[in-house]
Design a protein. Structure first.
Length: 35
């Protein structure tokens, strides 16, 4: 995961967990999810 001012990039290509882990980053940011 990379965070920038107003943007969060999450690479979930091989991720086996739950996306809810990242919910704290969703507020006031643009989220780019790659899988």
């Amino acid at each position: 995961m990379k965070t920038y001012d107003g943007l969060v990039h999450i690479d979930l290509y091989n991720y086996k967990g739950d996306i809810e882990e990242f919910e704290d980053y969703f507020d006031d940011n643009i989220i780019a999810i790659e899988w």
